[in-house]
Design a protein around this ligand. Sequence first.
Ligand SMILES: Nc1ncnc2c1ncn2[C@@H]1O[C@H](COP(=O)(O)OP(=O)(O)OP(=O)(O)O)[C@@H](O)[C@H]1O
Ligand SMILES: [Mg+2]
Length: 458
Amino acid sequence: MNILCIDDDAEYLLGLKLDLKKSYQITTAMTLAEGIDALKNDSCVDVVLLDIGLPDGSGIEGLSKIKTDFPNVDVVMVTAVKDPKFVVHAVRNGSSDYLVKPYAHEELVAILEKLAAVRTIRDRHDALVADLNPTDTKSRILGSSPAFRDLLSQAARLKGHNANVLILGESGTGKELLARYIHSIDDNASKRPFIAVNCAAIPEGLIESELFGHERGSFTGAIERKIGKFELANGGDIFLDEISTLKPDLQAKILRVLQEREIIRVGGNATIHTDFRVLAATNIDLAHQIESGQFRMDLYHRVRVVQLVIPPLRERKEDIPTLIAYFLEKYGKGIDSKKITGSALSKLQNYSWPGNIRELENVIHSLTILTPGSIIEEKHLPNWTMNGVGDTTKRAGTPAVPEMSAGASYKDFVNRAERTYIEHILTVCKGDKTRAAQEMNIGRTTLYAKLKELGLDA
Ligand SMILES: Nc1ncnc2c1ncn2[C@@H]1O[C@H](COP(=O)(O)OP(=O)(O)OP(=O)(O)O)[C@@H](O)[C@H]1O
Ligand SMILES: [Mg+2]
């Protein structure tokens, strides 16, 4: 836990630092203004120990300012005189607890431990609420083309079964949305957790503790116990996105969880039972990865009890008008939603959408902003959508194809070309990954996976 102590007594601050530095991260400030600055600059502060009489204002003013601007920070008021009126006032204004100077070290530690426990429960609760109910997916998943109807009816058959599902599809085809849909059609879906994990976006050093959780003190920085995603998913679904990016040692550990239905938190000894369905997704050919030894065949078979393949948008062009109408409504917010002319619509229908629905959504979003008036015509469309083919590289320009030494393998060449291309786009986008992903017409998660694969994520 990270503690900030605001007090104008230098000696007291020094003593406190010595007392707490073994178990906590502690920073200090001698005025209210300095303390607020420290909070602004360090988003990791969990608890503020706030003195009541400060040179530039009272602690009570400080309390309301901190609770307004940094609502997740717990404040413990520290006062020299025990005045019941003050205590009531402080608690009413959001202080978590109070201490009367001089206090015993144990008193302070007891308060900090209590706050740490409450914070753990709160984090766990927040994670559950955020993921629990992917509401309304049924009404948001659109498509009436035969190919898409077929897919949805296969998905509907999963209702009431606990079989693991592997979802395949190009970037932006709606893999995550489909996973949420599969979760939502089960009875009691709102009471069962849906825990999403993007395997590509979690830094390698953290992924184990994200998935399995950790005990307090199990490694530097493990200041509190953390409940892992596998434990949170108990009784529900875990969505393992970009599963192809998992390193071999983690694949082995995950396989064990799927077999044993048990986990052990990092740094812990207790075996914890957890039961969940896996919904996994990838846009990379796993069969190819198995062949090259990058993905375990046994894990693949465990995860792929049922396999669903989302067809790319260019193979279900019939769905494009419905999706466009939906996105126009969504981004027009119903008030000034724009209309599109038949010829503009047909241009968009004939474009090949290499970035699939995500690309379509981005284009419509930008058209609702940039088109003057209420009618979107052909002349308003971005020019790369006009020629019917999806040449996504035109916008940011393409770098020259890298030169290779004689004898380089096909794979070396492709890797090099990929790296050159990605580096080029990132430079053009000044390192902004969201924009770079848009330029490349791939999902952000796909870009993260690529950066990790190519070792560019440092
Ligand atoms: N059938 C659909 N109906 C309506 N919206 C959709 C549909 N499919 C996808 N979308 C929308 O398109 C966007 C991309 O979908 P999603 O994130 O599920 O794709 P993905 O396949 O997981 O992409 P990536 O591989 O890049 O992670 C989301 O905003 C989603 O809501
Ligand atoms: Mg995704």
